[in-house]
Design a protein around this ligand. Structure first.
Ligand code: NAD
Length: 390
């Protein structure tokens, strides 16, 4: 159980690029990083607008001289300090991730980067090579993966509780962008502009989340080929899609299906992963993250509750408050962040085995997310045809 004990030998000196006032995800990064004292916020380039960023940094009690106007200055100036930053989180629009991540790794910093990691597999593989060369951790914030019942599903599958795995159904389908809300909302506006969002909207922005959850539950699965069809129901979003369907054939005959949508009118979030085996299925829904449905063919449905003794030990490691009390997305993110911190410390002492045991969404997960989107777009733009996965 986690009770706020310091897990690292000393809090990691940390900065953020982006995540400024009014941003959608900056607060989640700070809550997650600071909750267990694994990180200490000492610097940042918080905003595209330097004055606004400085004012915001100071309001977070960051020293004025360490609220920098941009990320090149942040990395250059911090490198001159004996107490300079050791890690940085990148919470900026997608188009900037590659350049900022590359600059951070070149500065020898551990990185936590928002998804999608970048736009192309070539860029992602370049970042992976750089991270290996510099011996730096790159964590990717697939935050839902920090929910404890994702680990329960993984253990149940690995232990054969579902029988032989046959199908995986994934979806992230909300209704918040059923109309052209981007006309009045800056956080949505860049998401439907390929210059800032990249080659996709909902595939990169939404689908990569349940895709990673399935990866975390079924790490052995490899896609052989896939077919993707994508649509822009709000026509002004074309060529980017606000709805997409993906069919996947995995090695070994497992079939997968993923639905990503921002126009599923009336749906709050609609992120679900259902894994179906020859004798039973499990289903996790992010709107009820403390419960996992376990359905054995011919028996009544069981609802497994977070924090209960009947779960596998791996699903209890990150329990913070005991069963019955609901935990949520902030706790899930905190679980990822403390594991990122442990991975950074392990990397600094060269303990690769310890890093692997942490089960974090790392650079491999980042590369795979970009690869999956690239394959989906290739299939969709060729007319929704089957393409070999590469
Ligand atoms: P946003 O538009 O709400 O905020 C972006 C922030 O970055 C703003 O503060 C802006 O001023 C700042 N910024 C932009 N360019 C900058 C630069 N060059 N240097 C410094 N600051 C800069 O965006 P958002 O919705 O918070 O999304 C940011 C990233 O987080 C995106 O990549 C998005 O896909 C991702 N995201 C992830 C999750 C998740 O669950 N992991 C959820 C939401 C968003």
């Amino acid at each position: 159980m986690i009770q706020g004990d310091l897990k690292v030998s000393a809090p990691i000196r940390w900065a953020t690029v982006g995540g400024g006032r009014g941003s959608q995800i900056g607060y989640s990064h700070r809550c997650a990083a600071l909750r267990d004292n694994s990180f200490q916020l000492v610097a940042g380039a918080f905003d595209i607008d330097p004055a606004r960023g400085r004012e915001f940094g100071e309001s977070l009690r960051v020293a004025p001289e360490r609220c920098y106007p941009d990320y090149p200055t942040l990395f250059a100036e911090e490198a001159k300090r004996e107490d300079g930053i050791q890690a940085v989180s990148i919470a900026t629009p997608n188009s900037t991730h590659f350049a900022i991540c590359k600059a951070a790794l070149e500065a020898g910093l551990h990185v936590i980067c928002e998804k999608p990691l970048c736009f192309t597999v070539a860029e992602a593989e370049g970042l992976r090579a750089l991270a290996r060369e510099r011996r730096c951790i790159v964590g990717v914030t697939y935050g839902y993966a920090g929910h404890q019942l994702i680990r329960q599903a993984r253990e149940m599958i690995a232990n054969g509780d579902l029988g032989e795995i046959r199908m995986v159904h994934m979806q992230f389908a909300h209704g918040f962008h059923s109309e052209a809300v981007e006309q009045a909302n800056p956080s949505t506006k860049w998401r439907v502009d390929p210059r800032h969002a990249g080659p996709s909207y909902v595939l990169g922005d939404l689908a990569t989340h349940p895709y990673y959850l399935a990866e975390a539950m079924l790490p052995q699965l490899r896609i052989k080929r896939l077919l993707c069809s994508r649509q822009s129901f709000v026509a002004s979003r074309a060529p980017l899609e606000d709805n997409a369907y993906v069919l996947m054939e995995y090695e070994g005959g497992v079939m997968g299906h993923l639905w990503a949508s921002a126009v599923n009118a009336g749906s709050m979030h609609g992120q679900k992963v259902r894994v179906i085996g020859s004798r039973a299925s499990v289903e996790w829904w992010d709107e009820h993250p403390n419960q996992l449905r376990y359905e054995v063919q011919g028996q009544p449905v069981r609802i497994l509750e977070r924090g209960m003794d009947y779960l596998y030990p791996q699903a209890l490691e990150d329990d913070r408050i005991g069963a019955g009390h609901p935990e949520g997305l902030f706790e899930a993110w905190s679980n990822l962040y403390y594991r990122f911190a442990l991975a950074m410390e392990a990397m600094d002492r060269g303990d690769i085995t310890a890093i692997e045991a942490l089960g974090i969404p790392d650079i491999e997960a980042g590369v795979e997310g970009v690869r999956w989107v690239e394959n989906c777009v290739r299939s969709a733009d060729a007319g929704a045809v089957w393409v070999d996965y590469r």
